[in-house]
Design a protein around this ligand. Sequence first.
Ligand SMILES: C[S@@+](CC[C@H](N)C(=O)[O-])C[C@H]1O[C@@H](n2cnc3c(N)ncnc32)[C@H](O)[C@@H]1O
Length: 196
Amino acid sequence: MLRYAQNAQRMWSSEVNTAVVEVLGLHRNEYLADIGAGVGAGASKAAVSAGQVFAVEPTPYMRRILSARSRLSRNPFAVVAGSAEATTLPDDSMHAIMAVNTMHHWVDMDAACTELARVLRPGGRLLLVDENFDDPTHPDHEKWSSQHGEDSGHSHHFHMVDTDAVAANLSEAGLTVSAHGEGQFAGSPSWFVQIS
Ligand SMILES: C[S@@+](CC[C@H](N)C(=O)[O-])C[C@H]1O[C@@H](n2cnc3c(N)ncnc32)[C@H](O)[C@@H]1O
């Protein structure tokens, strides 16, 4: 909870979420799921251009903030109690799926990939991005290290996301991954997996 409070501003609105929404290129007749939506940095941005956005979030505290944010927004979105492993969304229902800084939380990557393959429509797009705050070139590396580094007493690293394994799991689940590995989103070094 304290960790989220310390990063409230970057969770409310983040350039990486904006970049991911832009890459997905959403249209008015399309549905998007933001998996692990947090307080809605991605969902609120996507709702401006998509037909309907589903902010999937397992943490009740986050969902309360998401619901309030959606109610106050000119572009509301649906708030869904779910996780990457169990979104509760219907089969083949999403034109696009995004997830930012949440892959490292997924407890069962196999189940998550099977679930994403279940809800993504044939021909749908997907972009999963986890920023690499441990990379010294990341704009927030210093701040991150002082909050989470070994000297801070927290020692919470964004552990390396194995994008080879995520891509393999998605392929096994029947999806064709276009690109994965290390990349840059809004100038932030990140791990990503993309279906375009
Ligand atoms: C660092 S926050 C990122 C939130 C948002 N995507 C953003 O970019 O601001 C990580 C989020 O992942 C959520 N989360 C944790 N476990 C999850 C899971 N198994 N599936 C989906 N989301 C999960 C947390 O509740 C939290 O909201």
